[in-house]
Design a protein around this ligand. Sequence first.
Ligand SMILES: Cc1cc2nc3c(=O)[nH]c(=O)nc-3n(C[C@H](O)[C@H](O)[C@H](O)COP(=O)(O)OP(=O)(O)OC[C@H]3O[C@@H](n4cnc5c(N)ncnc54)[C@H](O)[C@@H]3O)c2cc1C
Length: 446
Amino acid sequence: MDMPPPDPAILARKPEIVARLRSILPADAVIDDAHETRAYECDAFTAYRCPPLAAVLPRSTAEVSAVLAACHAMGVPVVPRGSGTSLAGGALPTADCVILGVARLTEVLEEEHGFFYAPDPSSQLACAIAGNIAMNSGGAHCLKYGVTTNNLLGATLVLMDGTVIELGGAHLDAPGLDLLGVICGSEGQLGVVTEATLRILPKPEGARPVLMGFDSSEVAGACVADIIRAGVLPVAIEFMDRPCIRACEDFAHAGYPDVEALLIVEVEGSEAEIDHQLGLIKDIAHRHAPEVLRESGSAEESALIWKGRKSAFGAMGQINDYICLDGTIPVSELPKVLKGIGELSARYGLGVARRAWRRGGEARPDGRSVHARRSGGTDGGEGRVRSGLAAEPRQGVPAGGKRGPPCRAKGGRVRGALPPSPPRRGLPTEYFRKDEGQWSEAGRRA
Ligand SMILES: Cc1cc2nc3c(=O)[nH]c(=O)nc-3n(C[C@H](O)[C@H](O)[C@H](O)COP(=O)(O)OP(=O)(O)OC[C@H]3O[C@@H](n4cnc5c(N)ncnc54)[C@H](O)[C@@H]3O)c2cc1C
């Protein structure tokens, strides 16, 4: 598979384009050396690599605006980039484009102590808020707190012609059209986010995860469905199957039990609240005859449990090359979908590691806002489980065809992390099956 060919007319004008960028930005903010631009040749989706024509690192909204206006006038494509942790090739350049990196937009304009910003993608140590906004990212704790779109109050956006617009404000649900909702998850295609006002929440008094091990993925899925049905609201519910448990355990030594399927369920609040909620959850779990039921006994143990789960992508990469797929499933259908994936895996002899987490989006009324000039998907998720899946790549096996059918059959959606959207990047479509339609595009827009 090849990258789309660059426009030779743009390549021929490189000296002129770079000179124009240098006239706008300080010398250290324009990178055009062939060795140095290689740092921007891909994101975390490393199957494609292509150094850009140049990379720029502006320090302010005004500089971003000037760069975009100049590139617009010169007809040069621009790809915004946060920290480059996208797994979908979103920040992947072509040879005739300028990468606009926002790594220098790190100023915190307002801050309040004793609060926290809830969205916690596993890549949170590295990724940028602008990247989170562009991908509508979320993590383990989205069940209670939602994903980025539920925690974004306002943004400064520079359109591709350099026009600066302000969206939203310091509160949720600003009047007028929900343009913030359009920006969130738009993968950098509508403009460059340079500032964000984020909802921050009071830190909970405490939190405690419990590990629940089951003898099958189906039973673990049924337990999740029962917890949700009972109206209990943990802050996180995570599912991992045996290959995923093993990979994470080998990588992080988190103390996971050797079981077929593992749930990590975390609740938070005061000690009394935690005990009460965990009591309800453990009662439900006992109905499914768990092989292991273990509460975390200390903050260190809790941290280790989450370290294991958050290492899943990296841990899987240590075993094999893999294709990562991502989809949402109605929670009541989770047991059947997990079973269906297992059957497909066995039928095709394709190793599959599954992890899933319950998504939510509850808006807490006690949130405040914090304004950051930090450049750093929801699928809504209400009543759904988002499931990540790693499968060994194998030639001739359509990625969408593996996990797509069980998800769709149960009324869920597939959000493909691979390959990048062909219409945007002009990339080849070998991974798509004709009879599957445009599943990745549909999932992307859902
Ligand atoms: C180990 C690992 C674990 C991960 N875990 C999760 C997870 O739990 N949940 C999750 O949701 N994702 C996860 N991801 C994916 C990724 O980290 C997120 O999508 C993250 O939000 C990307 O942020 P970034 O700053 O790295 O963005 P980049 O990769 O730099 O860019 C991502 C997209 O955002 C656009 N963009 C970047 N900056 C801007 C800007 N200023 N304005 C407009 N558009 C912009 C880019 O053009 C691109 O399309 C994981 C990735 C890795 C490698």
